[in-house]
Design a protein around this ligand. Structure first.
Ligand SMILES: [Zn+2]
Length: 273
């Protein structure tokens, strides 16, 4: 699933392409992917100009000259493909936005979990309002306080806390594993047992790793490409994620793969405690 670095890279790649573009028509091919219903959705977008794109957590927020916003969440395997207007569609296309300049933005989503919600700024969808803090733009002390406060009232493992979008917006399975490895904290550790010194390390690792992943334009292990169809490079810099049955790059011990907080999790039993 695209996480903060991938979604932000998509935003940066799409922005110069769509900013100022006027939507000619919209076609919905998967009814459940859009809100409101297809007719209202299509009517609300036709003739509108895209004035900007923001990101919040793993959501892309397209700003329209009508004042409305379009929140797109790619979920498991969704992709936004910028292309010339075409009469043929790629398999699994759920939504097409045609622009007046002859270009199109196609939402291609083999797993069909992705969503596109058109909403007025005063009434954002629940998924957006429930989001926690942005890891790269929130002040260190505020972010640390939120993490510790959440940990104190939680019984589960620390990995589950890092994945909880209501606390921290944008981290997913890849970066949670990488952050905990860099911080030397086991993903299995109960969140409430993580010490203040370890939270400092976790915080530092979140900022460093997300910024490094952004610099490499995200991780392309499966489907992810940016808005121009270009893959990222951070998969070559992963220390534990996706390295099932391989050896730890720091200590040489075999990495462990286990289900933690409901997700496949990679860690080093020697370097992380
Ligand atoms: Zn190790």
């Amino acid at each position: 699933m695209p996480e903060l670095p991938e979604v932000e890279t998509i935003r940066r790649s799409l922005l110069p392409l769509v900013q100022g573009a006027v939507i000619d028509q919209v076609q919905v091919f998967l009814e459940k992917a859009v809100k409101p219903g297809p007719a209202e959705f299509e009517a609300g977008l036709a003739g509108r100009q895209i004035t900007g794109i923001q990101r919040r957590g793993k959501y892309l927020l397209f700003e329209l000259d009508s004042g409305q916003r379009l929140a797109i969440h790619l979920r498991m395997a969704g992709r936004l493909v910028w292309q010339n207007r075409a009469t043929t569609l790629a398999k699994h296309t759920t939504l097409v936005m045609d622009f007046q300049d002859g270009k199109s933005l196609h939402f291609v989503d083999p797993r069909k979990f992705g969503t596109a919600v058109l909403f007025p700024p005063a009434a954002p969808p629940a998924g957006l309002t429930a989001l926690g803090l942005e890891p790269l733009t929130t002040e260190k002390e505020a972010l640390l306080a939120a993490l510790k406060e959440a940990a104190a009232r939680r019984s589960g493992p620390v990995k589950g806390l890092l994945l909880d979008q209501r606390i921290l917006a944008g981290l997913g399975n890849i970066y949670a594993d990488e952050v905990l490895f860099a911080a030397g904290v086991s993903p299995l550790r109960p969140a409430r047992e993580v010490t203040a010194a370890e939270w400092e390390k976790i915080y530092g690792s979140i900022v460093r790793i997300l910024n490094k992943a952004l610099a490499y334009r995200g991780t392309s292990q499966r489907d992810y490409v940016d808005g121009r169809g270009e893959a990222g490079e951070f998969q070559h810099h992963l220390k534990v994620y996706g390295r099932k049955k391989e050896l730890c790059l720091d200590c040489g011990a075999p990495l462990v793969y286990a289900r933690v907080a409901g997700r496949g999790t990679h860690y080093c039993p020697t370097c992380q405690s």
